[in-house]
Design a protein. Structure first.
Length: 347
DNA sequence: AAGGCGGGGTA
DNA sequence: TACCCAGCCTT
Protein backbone atom coordinates (compact mmCIF):
# COMPACT_ATOMS: atom_id res chain seq x y z
CA UNK A 1 0.00 0.00 0.00
CA UNK A 2 1.29 3.45 -0.80
CA UNK A 3 2.61 5.73 1.90
CA UNK A 4 -0.23 8.22 1.83
CA UNK A 5 -2.93 5.58 1.88
CA UNK A 6 -1.56 3.95 5.01
CA UNK A 7 -1.29 7.36 6.57
CA UNK A 8 -4.78 8.60 5.85
CA UNK A 9 -6.28 5.30 6.99
CA UNK A 10 -4.39 5.61 10.26
CA UNK A 11 -5.53 9.23 10.55
CA UNK A 12 -9.20 8.49 10.09
CA UNK A 13 -9.01 6.03 12.97
CA UNK A 14 -6.79 8.03 15.31
CA UNK A 15 -7.20 11.75 14.83
CA UNK A 16 -7.96 13.93 17.80
CA UNK A 17 -11.04 16.08 17.83
CA UNK A 18 -9.60 19.59 17.73
CA UNK A 19 -11.53 22.81 17.18
CA UNK A 20 -9.50 24.03 14.21
CA UNK A 21 -10.38 20.81 12.42
CA UNK A 22 -14.00 21.92 12.28
CA UNK A 23 -13.28 24.81 9.93
CA UNK A 24 -11.44 25.88 6.81
CA UNK A 25 -11.82 29.55 7.56
CA UNK A 26 -8.34 30.96 6.89
CA UNK A 27 -8.53 33.29 9.88
CA UNK A 28 -9.02 30.41 12.31
CA UNK A 29 -6.51 28.18 10.56
CA UNK A 30 -3.91 30.95 10.53
CA UNK A 31 -4.58 31.70 14.20
CA UNK A 32 -4.19 28.05 15.16
CA UNK A 33 -1.00 27.64 13.14
CA UNK A 34 0.68 30.66 14.71
CA UNK A 35 -0.29 29.50 18.19
CA UNK A 36 1.00 25.99 17.50
CA UNK A 37 4.44 27.04 16.26
CA UNK A 38 6.93 25.32 18.57
CA UNK A 39 4.02 24.65 20.90
CA UNK A 40 2.30 21.41 21.76
CA UNK A 41 -1.42 21.09 21.06
CA UNK A 42 -2.18 20.63 24.73
CA UNK A 43 -0.50 23.91 25.61
CA UNK A 44 -1.88 25.92 22.70
CA UNK A 45 -5.49 24.75 22.82
CA UNK A 46 -6.77 27.01 25.63
CA UNK A 47 -5.10 30.01 24.00
CA UNK A 48 -6.81 29.22 20.70
CA UNK A 49 -10.17 29.07 22.45
CA UNK A 50 -9.49 32.36 24.20
CA UNK A 51 -8.48 34.16 21.01
CA UNK A 52 -11.47 32.87 19.05
CA UNK A 53 -13.78 33.96 21.85
CA UNK A 54 -12.30 37.43 22.25
CA UNK A 55 -11.49 38.08 18.59
CA UNK A 56 -14.02 36.17 16.46
CA UNK A 57 -12.94 37.87 13.23
CA UNK A 58 -9.73 39.30 11.83
CA UNK A 59 -11.26 42.76 12.20
CA UNK A 60 -11.76 42.26 15.92
CA UNK A 61 -8.12 41.33 16.25
CA UNK A 62 -7.04 44.25 14.08
CA UNK A 63 -9.01 46.70 16.20
CA UNK A 64 -7.41 45.50 19.43
CA UNK A 65 -4.43 47.13 21.12
CA UNK A 66 -1.16 45.25 20.98
CA UNK A 67 -1.03 45.30 24.78
CA UNK A 68 -4.34 43.45 24.95
CA UNK A 69 -3.14 40.87 22.43
CA UNK A 70 0.04 40.35 24.43
CA UNK A 71 -1.99 40.01 27.61
CA UNK A 72 -4.04 37.21 26.08
CA UNK A 73 -0.83 35.62 24.78
CA UNK A 74 0.79 35.82 28.23
CA UNK A 75 2.41 32.55 29.23
CA UNK A 76 2.61 31.06 25.74
CA UNK A 77 6.09 32.32 24.95
CA UNK A 78 7.77 33.44 21.73
CA UNK A 79 5.96 36.74 21.99
CA UNK A 80 7.06 37.90 18.54
CA UNK A 81 4.31 35.57 17.35
CA UNK A 82 1.72 37.72 19.10
CA UNK A 83 3.20 40.96 17.82
CA UNK A 84 3.35 39.63 14.27
CA UNK A 85 -0.12 38.15 14.60
CA UNK A 86 -1.51 41.54 15.49
CA UNK A 87 0.44 43.39 12.80
CA UNK A 88 -0.68 40.93 10.16
CA UNK A 89 -4.31 41.18 11.24
CA UNK A 90 -4.13 44.95 10.77
CA UNK A 91 -2.62 44.52 7.34
CA UNK A 92 -5.26 42.03 6.25
CA UNK A 93 -8.07 44.14 7.63
CA UNK A 94 -6.92 47.40 6.10
CA UNK A 95 -5.13 46.45 2.88
CA UNK A 96 -6.91 43.24 1.94
CA UNK A 97 -10.42 44.01 3.18
CA UNK A 98 -10.20 41.12 5.60
CA UNK A 99 -9.52 38.50 2.94
CA UNK A 100 -6.51 36.24 3.44
CA UNK A 101 -4.14 35.43 0.56
CA UNK A 102 -5.23 32.14 -1.00
CA UNK A 103 -1.91 30.62 -2.04
CA UNK A 104 1.47 29.62 -0.61
CA UNK A 105 3.47 32.32 -2.35
CA UNK A 106 1.36 35.21 -1.11
CA UNK A 107 0.82 33.74 2.35
CA UNK A 108 4.59 33.55 2.75
CA UNK A 109 4.79 37.34 2.54
CA UNK A 110 2.82 37.79 5.76
CA UNK A 111 4.73 38.64 8.92
CA UNK A 112 5.21 35.59 11.09
CA UNK A 113 4.30 33.20 8.28
CA UNK A 114 7.18 31.04 7.09
CA UNK A 115 7.44 27.98 4.90
CA UNK A 116 5.59 25.71 7.30
CA UNK A 117 2.68 28.01 8.05
CA UNK A 118 2.21 29.11 4.44
CA UNK A 119 2.06 25.46 3.36
CA UNK A 120 -0.34 24.60 6.15
CA UNK A 121 -2.81 27.37 5.37
CA UNK A 122 -2.53 26.92 1.60
CA UNK A 123 -3.19 23.19 1.81
CA UNK A 124 -5.82 23.15 4.55
CA UNK A 125 -7.86 26.11 3.34
CA UNK A 126 -7.23 26.11 -0.40
CA UNK A 127 -6.20 22.53 -1.27
CA UNK A 128 -2.86 23.65 -2.62
CA UNK A 129 -0.38 20.79 -3.02
CA UNK A 130 2.24 22.14 -0.65
CA UNK A 131 3.80 19.73 1.84
CA UNK A 132 4.28 20.92 5.39
CA UNK A 133 7.56 20.34 7.16
CA UNK A 134 7.45 20.58 10.93
CA UNK A 135 9.18 18.67 13.70
CA UNK A 136 6.71 15.82 13.37
CA UNK A 137 7.15 15.44 9.62
CA UNK A 138 10.94 15.51 9.89
CA UNK A 139 10.81 12.73 12.45
CA UNK A 140 8.40 10.49 10.56
CA UNK A 141 10.25 10.80 7.25
CA UNK A 142 13.73 10.49 8.68
CA UNK A 143 12.78 7.30 10.53
CA UNK A 144 10.73 5.65 7.84
CA UNK A 145 13.20 6.37 5.06
CA UNK A 146 16.31 6.20 7.24
CA UNK A 147 17.45 9.68 6.25
CA UNK A 148 20.21 10.95 8.54
CA UNK A 149 20.76 14.37 7.03
CA UNK A 150 20.49 16.84 9.92
CA UNK A 151 16.98 18.22 9.91
CA UNK A 152 18.14 21.66 11.03
CA UNK A 153 20.57 22.15 8.16
CA UNK A 154 19.70 23.86 4.92
CA UNK A 155 20.56 20.66 3.06
CA UNK A 156 18.17 18.74 5.27
CA UNK A 157 15.40 21.25 4.80
CA UNK A 158 15.65 20.95 1.02
CA UNK A 159 15.92 17.18 1.06
CA UNK A 160 12.98 16.60 3.35
CA UNK A 161 10.84 19.20 1.62
CA UNK A 162 11.34 17.42 -1.68
CA UNK A 163 10.59 14.05 -0.13
CA UNK A 164 7.41 15.30 1.51
CA UNK A 165 6.34 16.99 -1.69
CA UNK A 166 6.71 13.67 -3.54
CA UNK A 167 4.71 11.78 -0.93
CA UNK A 168 1.84 14.19 -0.42
CA UNK A 169 -1.55 12.97 -1.56
CA UNK A 170 -2.21 15.13 -4.61
CA UNK A 171 -5.93 14.50 -4.28
CA UNK A 172 -6.14 15.55 -0.66
CA UNK A 173 -3.17 17.62 0.48
CA UNK A 174 -5.11 19.06 3.41
CA UNK A 175 -5.77 15.63 4.89
CA UNK A 176 -2.26 14.34 4.18
CA UNK A 177 -0.52 17.26 5.84
CA UNK A 178 -2.58 17.09 8.98
CA UNK A 179 -2.34 13.32 9.09
CA UNK A 180 1.44 13.15 8.94
CA UNK A 181 1.75 15.73 11.69
CA UNK A 182 -0.76 13.94 13.87
CA UNK A 183 1.02 10.66 13.23
CA UNK A 184 4.31 12.18 14.36
CA UNK A 185 2.73 13.79 17.40
CA UNK A 186 0.87 10.81 18.82
CA UNK A 187 2.31 7.63 17.23
CA UNK A 188 5.84 8.26 15.96
CA UNK A 189 6.71 10.25 19.09
CA UNK A 190 10.24 11.48 19.87
CA UNK A 191 10.58 9.13 22.86
CA UNK A 192 9.18 5.62 23.02
CA UNK A 193 7.14 5.64 19.81
CA UNK A 194 4.53 2.90 19.47
CA UNK A 195 6.43 0.85 16.91
CA UNK A 196 4.79 -2.42 17.93
CA UNK A 197 1.40 -1.22 16.73
CA UNK A 198 2.67 0.99 13.92
CA UNK A 199 1.12 0.47 10.47
CA UNK A 200 4.50 1.24 8.94
CA UNK A 201 6.62 -1.10 11.02
CA UNK A 202 7.37 -3.56 8.22
CA UNK A 203 8.73 -0.82 5.95
CA UNK A 204 10.26 1.56 8.48
CA UNK A 205 14.04 1.62 8.10
CA UNK A 206 14.70 3.04 11.56
CA UNK A 207 12.58 0.35 13.20
CA UNK A 208 14.03 -2.52 11.20
CA UNK A 209 17.61 -1.36 11.72
CA UNK A 210 17.01 -0.50 15.37
CA UNK A 211 17.83 3.17 14.79
CA UNK A 212 14.68 4.71 16.22
CA UNK A 213 16.63 6.48 18.92
CA UNK A 214 19.20 7.84 16.45
CA UNK A 215 16.77 9.45 14.06
CA UNK A 216 16.14 12.18 13.22
CA UNK A 217 19.63 13.70 13.40
CA UNK A 218 19.80 17.25 14.67
CA UNK A 219 22.77 19.59 15.01
CA UNK A 220 23.10 20.53 18.64
CA UNK A 221 22.54 24.14 19.58
CA UNK A 222 24.74 26.16 21.87
CA UNK A 223 24.30 25.80 25.60
CA UNK A 224 22.07 28.27 27.37
CA UNK A 225 23.75 31.32 28.83
CA UNK A 226 23.41 32.15 32.50
CA UNK A 227 22.06 35.52 33.53
CA UNK A 228 21.36 37.06 36.91
CA UNK A 229 18.17 39.08 37.17
CA UNK A 230 17.22 41.21 40.17
CA UNK A 231 13.71 42.60 40.04
CA UNK A 232 12.91 45.61 42.19
CA UNK A 233 9.40 45.32 43.56
CA UNK A 234 8.57 48.80 44.77
CA UNK A 235 5.74 49.01 47.25
CA UNK A 236 4.53 52.36 48.50
CA UNK A 237 2.18 53.23 51.31
CA UNK A 238 -0.24 54.58 48.75
CA UNK A 239 -0.40 51.05 47.30
CA UNK A 240 1.55 51.61 44.15
CA UNK A 241 4.36 49.75 42.47
CA UNK A 242 6.41 50.23 39.33
CA UNK A 243 6.26 48.26 36.12
CA UNK A 244 8.28 49.15 33.07
CA UNK A 245 7.81 48.10 29.49
CA UNK A 246 10.65 46.12 27.96
CA UNK A 247 11.83 47.87 24.85
CA UNK A 248 14.49 46.89 22.39
CA UNK A 249 15.52 43.61 20.87
CA UNK A 250 15.81 40.98 23.56
CA UNK A 251 13.41 38.63 25.26
CA UNK A 252 9.91 39.66 26.34
CA UNK A 253 9.80 42.64 24.01
CA UNK A 254 6.83 44.92 24.85
CA UNK A 255 5.96 42.98 27.98
CA UNK A 256 6.10 44.54 31.43
CA UNK A 257 8.40 43.79 34.32
CA UNK A 258 9.50 45.20 37.63
CA UNK A 259 12.55 47.45 37.25
CA UNK A 260 15.46 45.14 36.50
CA UNK A 261 19.03 45.21 37.74
CA UNK A 262 21.10 42.69 35.84
CA UNK A 263 24.32 41.60 37.50
CA UNK A 264 27.23 39.37 36.50
CA UNK A 265 26.76 37.21 39.58
CA UNK A 266 24.34 36.91 42.46
CA UNK A 267 24.40 40.07 44.52
CA UNK A 268 23.90 40.50 48.26
CA UNK A 269 21.62 42.94 49.98
CA UNK A 270 24.29 45.46 50.92
CA UNK A 271 25.80 45.63 47.48
CA UNK A 272 22.43 45.96 45.84
CA UNK A 273 21.43 48.65 48.29
CA UNK A 274 24.51 50.67 47.40
CA UNK A 275 23.90 50.14 43.77
CA UNK A 276 20.33 51.39 43.71
CA UNK A 277 20.69 54.32 46.08
CA UNK A 278 20.95 56.64 43.13
CA UNK A 279 18.12 54.96 41.26
CA UNK A 280 16.05 57.71 39.72
CA UNK A 281 12.84 56.05 40.87
CA UNK A 282 13.88 56.68 44.46
CA UNK A 283 14.87 60.31 44.02
CA UNK A 284 16.86 60.11 47.24
CA UNK A 285 13.88 58.94 49.28
CA UNK A 286 14.57 56.67 52.24
CA UNK A 287 13.70 53.05 51.50
CA UNK A 288 13.71 49.61 53.07
CA UNK A 289 15.17 46.76 51.04
CA UNK A 290 14.16 43.15 51.66
CA UNK A 291 15.21 40.02 49.83
CA UNK A 292 12.10 38.04 48.86
CA UNK A 293 13.71 34.73 47.84
CA UNK A 294 16.98 33.61 49.42
CA UNK A 295 17.81 31.13 46.70
CA UNK A 296 17.57 32.38 43.14
CA UNK A 297 14.59 31.19 41.16
CA UNK A 298 16.01 29.50 38.08
CA UNK A 299 13.86 30.21 35.07
CA UNK A 300 15.02 28.08 32.17
CA UNK A 301 14.48 29.21 28.63
CA UNK A 302 15.84 27.34 25.67
CA UNK A 303 18.67 29.83 25.24
CA UNK A 304 19.05 31.48 28.64
CA UNK A 305 18.99 30.37 32.26
CA UNK A 306 17.77 33.21 34.40
CA UNK A 307 18.88 33.21 38.05
CA UNK A 308 16.29 35.49 39.52
CA UNK A 309 15.91 37.28 42.82
CA UNK A 310 12.96 39.49 43.75
CA UNK A 311 13.72 42.40 46.07
CA UNK A 312 11.02 44.25 47.96
CA UNK A 313 11.53 47.98 48.29
CA UNK A 314 9.23 49.67 50.77
CA UNK A 315 8.95 53.39 50.31
CA UNK A 316 6.73 56.03 51.77
CA UNK A 317 5.24 57.60 48.72
CA UNK A 318 5.72 56.66 45.17
CA UNK A 319 6.35 58.60 42.22
CA UNK A 320 4.35 59.58 39.28
CA UNK A 321 5.69 56.51 37.46
CA UNK A 322 3.87 54.22 39.82
CA UNK A 323 0.84 52.12 38.97
CA UNK A 324 -1.80 50.96 41.39
CA UNK A 325 -1.03 47.47 42.68
CA UNK A 326 -4.71 46.65 42.24
CA UNK A 327 -4.24 47.07 38.47
CA UNK A 328 -1.15 44.91 38.18
CA UNK A 329 -2.96 42.01 36.56
CA UNK A 330 -3.94 44.18 33.60
CA UNK A 331 -0.38 44.14 32.30
CA UNK A 332 1.15 41.45 30.11
CA UNK A 333 4.13 40.07 32.00
CA UNK A 334 6.53 37.17 31.49
CA UNK A 335 5.40 34.07 33.33
CA UNK A 336 8.39 34.48 35.65
CA UNK A 337 6.91 37.78 36.83
CA UNK A 338 3.37 36.43 36.75
CA UNK A 339 4.28 33.59 39.08
CA UNK A 340 5.80 36.04 41.53
CA UNK A 341 2.72 38.26 41.44
CA UNK A 342 0.48 35.28 42.16
CA UNK A 343 2.64 34.04 45.03
CA UNK A 344 3.38 37.37 46.67
CA UNK A 345 0.94 38.78 49.16
CA UNK A 346 0.75 42.47 48.29
CA UNK A 347 -1.44 43.38 51.28
C1' DA B 1 24.75 29.28 8.54
C1' DA B 2 24.04 30.47 13.16
C1' DG B 3 21.79 32.39 16.92
C1' DG B 4 17.83 34.56 19.39
C1' DC B 5 13.40 33.87 20.91
C1' DG B 6 9.36 30.95 25.99
C1' DG B 7 7.37 27.96 28.44
C1' DG B 8 5.80 23.37 29.34
C1' DG B 9 6.27 18.37 28.91
C1' DT B 10 8.75 13.69 28.71
C1' DA B 11 12.05 10.13 30.05
C1' DT C 1 19.70 16.66 32.64
C1' DA C 2 18.75 16.67 27.67
C1' DC C 3 15.55 16.89 24.26
C1' DC C 4 11.22 18.16 22.06
C1' DC C 5 7.19 20.99 20.50
C1' DA C 6 1.94 22.19 13.79
C1' DG C 7 8.96 27.76 13.39
C1' DC C 8 10.23 32.46 12.23
C1' DC C 9 13.29 36.23 11.98
C1' DT C 10 17.65 38.68 12.13
C1' DT C 11 22.40 38.87 11.49
Amino acid sequence: MIFSKILTTWYSNNKRDLPWRQTKNPYYIWLSEIILQQTQVKQGLPYYEAFVAKYPTVFDLANANESDVLKLWQGLGYYSRARNLHATSKQIASELEGVFPNNYKDLLKLKGVGDYTASAIASICFNEISAVLDGNVYRVLSRYFGVDTPINSSKGAKEFKQLAQELIDKNNPAEFNQAIMEFGATQCKPKKPYCNICPYNTGCIAFNENRINELPVKIKSAKAKKKHFNFLVFISEDEKTVLEKREGKGIWQNLYQFPLVETDETINLTDLKNRIENNNLLKGMPFELLQYNKEPIVHKLSHQHLYTTFWIINVNKLLEEGILISKIRNYAVPILIGNFIESFNFD
